[in-house]
Write a protein that binds this ligand. Structure first.
Ligand code: ADP
Ligand code: MG
Length: 699
């Protein structure tokens, strides 16, 4: 068995009922493999005795007020006390060890009174702070001294948790996963490669990362796992790249006339960059090797239009085009635009989404298979294996940062014979681009269509909303439309954050009582979202209240106002995307960023950048500066990179090695037929199958 084949569901493990399974699922853990790849977030050394008071004098002179110390000791419970206002009283348990005294504050855990009776002796681990002349711990772990130690006297893994899961529970589940398979998995990487980099085999690395004896051992194990992960990814990417380079098609000539005739019928002409990129794509399509091209260009620079036009010669020569969008909303809008543009030429446009009814889907599927659909737009529902094309020639992925790297790699793989075009408005840092997208040709659209007036960005402090609203009212009176964006869907109990739901009521009630107002966010039913969006596009709504679902791609040229409240809650790239929703015609547009009174330094910097910069590439660079490269890993969670062990802020070098090893191996043995590569070949199949099975990679 390979790691990627350990797909037994967690429910099959003893001690996993529906509640535990639910908590595990919210951590992204569905099967044994996921459990093994749920890596500790840190480790605690509970082998060394660390008394409450280091000097042993009975006083903590080594800790100033607020100072913190890790304690790992054996203590006796002395007394209980309850502190705080009536009704919200919190248990405090006083303890003592040979060195001095301390107190355990049991927030929300008053039931511990029974478990920690005075006189009891416990093993105790906690982070203590010196406060009000007393050593206190709010988070701690303990076990009765009379029982044999479970979570003490060892070097312990500490896991990310969710719901009611405890460290103890996760540790025992991981132990189980290790014995069920983790300790015996077959290795993915040829021995020679392992040896060159002195990396432990996967089975050892799994044991080492979960049950290490030291931090060094844990880090070595993590690196070994990271290498495997990166190696398989790179093998998958490089193998595809080589196959494509070998050329699967024949060089041919494609007509340009219809495409150019359509383009010249527009009320505007294509920018020089658009023409150049269209020509680059055309030449790729004519060549014998399949295209792998990334088009980067700022929001509104006309990438999508170029991609639509590129499909015309494909259709003229009997091929089909698929266009994949990151959300249903966008897929719908792209389908409408594509239909408006391409159907007059004679092409048939279809739309496939996850929320489609069975019958409708079946009809569409058949039409695609019979070649009756020439241009199919969809979401990741397009990944379904039962979808067959008559002749898929061109695959376009819009806004690729929304899709996981592994999934993206797989899409490339799937369409080895088709030409691949990826559109992105998110500039990718150069090192990453070289390692992840090194096999792609890159086209850049630098200039915006002429006549575009840069969006005027105004900053307003919370409390000055009325000024902004007044300005928006003027725009509405002139027949324009506006977006209002909020960071939350509904009002939370413990925050005074304005929410989309609440502001929707206020906006249509009192603030803009004459306006026609719609609401859109991810928890509304698909058909309502669709109807609302359609109404806004058609100009039947004046205001669209939303969360960041409107972030990517939504195109309503008549909308001239973007109001973002609690703007400091959004990252720079999100703000840039949001601002890109307006300024999509020759009308002057406005972006109002309303920020709260207490801004962090980073928050201030973000507001400043938004005020001064309009160029998406420069904003991305500033973003990187503000967050620092160390935060690239944060990207990994939310954005285009998703790994379990690898951390691209630290492992770029590892990635480069993985890439060069993969290239070396595949150049010498493209189909991995040599004996020494058999195991790797099978591991790669397992890895790709796992990604196909959709480790819920996309949105
Ligand atoms: P992107 O995909 O880069 O965000 P789009 O292709 O969606 O950009 O174009 C944004 C808007 O600009 C669309 O309404 C499109 O019709 C229009 N547009 C595209 N190219 C031009 C051009 N050369 N001149 C004027 N408008 C254009
Ligand atoms: Mg676009």
């Amino acid at each position: 068995m390979f790691l990627y084949e350990l797909t037994t569901t967690v429910q099959k493990l003893p001690g996993v009922g529906p509640a535990v399974a639910r908590d595990l699922h919210s951590l992204g853990i569905a099967c044994v493999r996921d459990l093994l790849l749920h890596l500790p977030r840190t480790y605690e050394d509970r082998r060394t005795h660390r008394p409450l008071v280091r000097s042993g004098s009975g006083e903590p002179p080594d800790l100033g007020e607020g100072g913190e110390r890790t304690v790992n000791t054996t203590a006796e419970v002395i007394a209980h006390d309850f502190v705080g206002p009536p009704g919200r009283r919190t248990l405090k348990v006083y303890v003592r060890d040979e060195s001095g005294h301390g107190a355990l504050t049991c927030f929300g855990r008053n039931f511990l009174a029974d478990k920690l009776p005075p006189g009891m002796r416990i093993r105790l681990y906690g982070k203590f702070r010196y406060r009000y002349g007393e050593l206190q711990a709010g988070t701690f772990e303990f076990e009765p001294e009379e029982r044999p130690p479970r979570a003490f006297g060892a070097f312990l893994a500490i896991y990310p948790l969710s719901g009611n899961l405890t460290q103890g529970k996760l540790r025992s589940l991981v132990d189980r996963a290790l014995t069920e398979g983790g300790r015996h998995v077959a290795d993915e990487i040829p021995d020679s490669v392992r040896e060159r980099y002195r990396l432990a085999c996967t089975a050892h690395a799994l044991a080492g990362v979960h049950r290490p004896e030291s931090l060094e051992m844990a880090e070595q194990a993590r690196r070994a796992l990271a290498f495997s992960e990166l190696f398989l990814l790179q093998m998958s990417i490089v193998r595809t790249a080589l196959r494509r380079r070998a050329g699967t098609g024949r060089a041919k000539r494609l007509p340009r006339e219809r495409r150019d005739r359509l383009a010249s019928s527009f009320p505007f002409s294509l920018t020089r960059d658009q023409q150049r990129v269209l020509e680059e794509i055309h030449e790729d399509l004519e060549s014998a090797r399949a295209m792998s091209r990334l088009i980067q260009g700022d929001i509104g620079s006309g990438k999508t239009l170029v991609a639509f036009l590129a499909s015309i010669p494909v259709w003229e020569t009997g091929g089909q085009t698929v266009f994949m969008a990151p959300t249903e909303l966008l897929a719908r809008q792209h389908a409408e635009n594509a239909a408006r543009l391409l159907e007059p030429v004679g092409m048939q446009v279809g739309l496939l989404t996850g929320s489609m009814g069975r019958a409708e889907r079946e009809t569409l599927r058949a039409a695609v298979e019979h070649g009756e659909v020439d241009f199919l737009v969809g979401t990741h529902a397009l990944f379904t294996p039962d979808l067959g094309f008559r002749r898929l020639d061109l695959a376009i992925i819009d806004e690729q940062q929304r899709f996981g790297v592994d999934q993206r790699a797989r899409l490339v793989e799937k369409s080895t014979t088709a030409n691949l075009l990826v559109l992105t408005a998110t500039p990718i840092p150069r090192t990453l681009a070289l390692t992840l997208f090194g096999h792609m040709d890159v086209s850049t659209i630098h200039t915006m269509p002429p006549g575009r007036k840069p969006v005027r960005t105004h900053l307003a402090r919370e409390g000055n909303e009325e000024k902004v609203y007044r300005r928006v009212r003027q725009e509405l009176e002139a027949g324009r439309q506006a977006y209002f964006v909020y960071p939350a869907i509904e009002h939370g109990t413990d925050s005074d954050l304005k929410s989309a739901e609440e502001m929707y009521e206020r906006i249509r009630g009192r603030l803009f009582s004459e306006a026609r107002v719609g609401l859109i966010h991810s928890r509304r039913p698909e058909d309502e979202k669709r109807a609302t969006m359609a109404a806004f596009v058609a100009g039947e709504l004046d205001i669209l209240v939303a969360t960041s679902v409107v972030e990517v791609g939504v195109d309503v040229p008549n909308a001239t106002c973007m109001v973002v409240e609690h703007a400091e809650r959004f990252g720079l790239s999100a703000l840039h995307q949001l601002r890109g929703r307006v300024g999509r015609s020759d009308l002057q547009s406005y972006c109002f960023l309303i920020y709260s009174a207490e801004l962090t330094e980073a928050g201030k910097a973000r507001m400043r950048v938004m005020h001064q910069e309009h160029d998406g590439f420069r904003i991305a660079e500033e973003d990187l500066k503000i967050r620092g490269p160390g935060d690239l890993a944060g990207n990994a969670q939310s954005g285009y990179l998703r790994f379990a062990a690898a951390d691209l802020s630290r492992d770029i070098e590892l990635m480069q090695r993985a890439r060069s090893e993969a290239t070396r191996i595949l150049e010498a043995d493209p189909e991995l037929t040599r004996e020494e590569h058999h195991q790797t070949a099978r591991a790669l199949d397992a890895y790709e199958a796992a990604i196909d099975a959709g480790r819920e990679g996309a949105v």
